[in-house]
Design a protein around this ligand. Structure first.
Ligand code: ZN
Length: 349
């Protein structure tokens, strides 16, 4: 099998740093000879305040999409406004450096999330998928591909689509709205997409959340997504007032920790689990519903991604889930005949 050592993943922070040639690192820590740190999206397992601060300290360039910059500004301390080293790109825009260029292409995962394409004068075309969703219409053009493997390409027995699941969730929430307290928990970005699809904010303008949900909703609203008119902070005087005024309270959160131990009312936990169940919404208890909606591609869509990119070699990222990375590289070899290996196995060679 043809294996490339031009791309590699080093586990030097909580997740892997993805090196595409010598010049570029994606979603990670720069090495001495790295020139640019590129970040794919605003989820905290891909970008971190300290990674950016470290790159600034070493006088390396930091590159991300404008929407990723806006989302990160809502929770990071590092300067994302005007630092000399910061470069911000729009989707499909290319930034040229000495000996290589970087292009970001939308990955349809969350707002601002991008696939990263590197054109290196010495090595050629390399790229990183980042986290990606199902509706990609523009793909990176690369020979060496590093792939996120949060999902293994398995789960081909789905009985419903993500669209079906989103519709079912929106209907279910609307049916219970005003009758009892509602708690909606979903990953950052996915939550805002659900709120947009709900589109009830003229009649039900108020929700409870934390600073982070509020910040992300603001960025989504600016990008033309329909979001709640008022997000009152948990524990604030406004929250107390609202509980006097309104019969039922709508609470939103990026994680379950927003709610107390025994939350009041009906709780929706949105997670990419049970995607082969008969229906997308499953009642875990009378007050808790688990909903299988995700901003990640699953099953056949993951393999289709590789088919579209048509690389010569694929490295699957083991730093989040080793067994998924191995399953995915095996599927890519067997179904597409493209040489592929997981980053864990790659390191042993
Ligand atoms: Zn993500």
């Amino acid at each position: 099998m043809k294996i490339s050592n031009k791309i590699s993943i080093v586990k030097d922070w909580a997740y892997g740093s993805i090196h595409l040639g010598n010049n570029v690192v994606c979603d990670g820590k720069t090495k001495d000879n790295t020139n640019v740190a590129v970040f794919s999206h605003a989820h905290q397992d891909h970008i971190h305040n300290d990674l950016i601060a470290d790159a600034y300290n070493k006088d390396k360039r930091v590159l991300m999409s404008e929407l990723t910059r806006q989302l990160c500004s809502t929770f990071m301390l590092v300067n994302l406004e005007y630092d000399y080293n910061l470069r911000v790109l729009n989707s499909n825009e290319t930034e040229s450096f000495d000996g290589f260029s970087v292009k970001l292409i939308e990955s349809k995962h969350i707002l601002g999330a991008s696939q990263i394409e590197i054109n290196d004068d010495k090595i050629g075309m390399m790229g990183y998928s980042g986290d990606f969703g199902e509706d990609i219409d523009d793909y990176i053009d690369v020979d060496l591909l590093v792939m996120d493997s949060s999902y293994s390409g398995e789960h081909n027995n789905r009985k419903w689509s993500m669209e079906d699941a989103m519709e079912a969730l929106v209907d279910d929430i609307k049916q219970n709205l005003g009758k009892k307290d509602i708690n909606l928990i979903a990953d950052a970005g996915l939550l805002q997409k659900i709120l947009h699809n709900l589109d009830i904010w003229d009649e039900h303008p108020n929700v409870i959340g934390t600073k982070k949900e509020k910040g992300w909703c603001k960025v989504y609203e600016k990008a033309m997504y329909s979001q709640p008119n008022n997000i009152f902070l948990k524990g604030s005087e406004e929250e107390r007032q609202l509980k006097f005024q309104e019969e039922s309270i709508f609470t939103i959160g990026h994680s379950r920790s927003v709610l107390g131990d025994v939350p009041k009312g009906l709780t929706y936990l949105v997670k990419n689990i049970g995607i082969e169940n008969e229906t997308p919404i499953n009642e875990v208890s009378p007050n808790v519903k688990r909903v299988g909606v995700s901003s990640h591609a699953t099953g056949r869509k993951v393999i289709e991604y590789v088919e579209k990119v048509k690389p010569e070699f694929v490295l699957t990222d083991s730093s989040r889930n080793q067994s998924n990375a191995e399953k995915l590289s095996k599927l890519i070899r067997e179904e597409l005949g493209i040489p592929s290996i997981s980053s864990e196995e790659h390191q042993k060679i």
